[in-house]
Design a protein around this ligand. Sequence first.
Ligand code: ATR
Length: 277
Amino acid sequence: MDRYAVVGHPISHSKSPQIHAAFARQTRQAMTYEALLAPLDGFATTVHAFRHALGRGMNVTVPFKLEAHDIATELTGRARSAGAVNTLVFGPQDTILGDNTDGAGLVRDVTNNLGYPLGDRRVLLLGAGGAARGTILPILGEHPACLVIANRTVARAEALVDQFASSLPAAPVTASPFGSLAGHKFDVVINATAASLTDQAPDLPPELYAPGALAYDMMYGKGDTPFLAAARRDGATGLADGLGMLVEQAAESFWLWRGVRPQTKPVLEALRAGRAP
Ligand code: ATR
């Protein structure tokens, strides 16, 4: 049996063990997947111990994604651009490949599961922290008409745009404070702020949603998040939380480890219904 695990602090709430167990059953992979609680000052020790116990790879969650980026001996382009790693692959001669599948998971959920292609669409990304940063390269890879990054503290959004402008000078990406969004309309609005964690919604001007637009919150929970409730009032047609992104980022990690792409639909449906997948 090949061993995998998710490491975080806290970790008991993680749905990743259930999701990967379902993927393994579905694709008949001989593997186990466990949840590991690392002490806040013991991430590297936990990773190396798992690796020496014949672990093949790990998922990494809060608060260790930056440390995972630093522990990797090689990085994929999307991990480098995200500045954070959520997937480790243990290779020969002590090599550790760091990848970030979060942004690809988001894009796959929006385009495949929800049916909102991003090509030639106007996309608004709210937030400029780690969660937002990880999505930028995958979103730009879909060739949107524009990607506006809006943040409460606009300097952080500007710093992100500058970073991408130097590596992708032709990318249609700009920064904005929330207030200056007034009068503009978007086809897809993605909330990557941490506002939902404190039961708040970003303070946005009204009428941001173009006809048929999607509001997507990377957070998930029971019912509408405050952002989704506000989007519903403001006329967004499609509303989605981040549960699909969670399942899709897991599928992307699974594919990286096993070379097999699991079907995500039955797993997502089970989680939505509150059943074990
Ligand atoms: P993460 O890694 O989850 O992205 P982070 O790096 O701390 O966490 O970033 C949090 C993001 O949520 C930031 O964009 C933050 O905005 P500021 O840069 O202005 O702080 C945003 N955020 C948090 N609470 C918010 C709120 N109530 N309204 C709007 N944005 C909020």
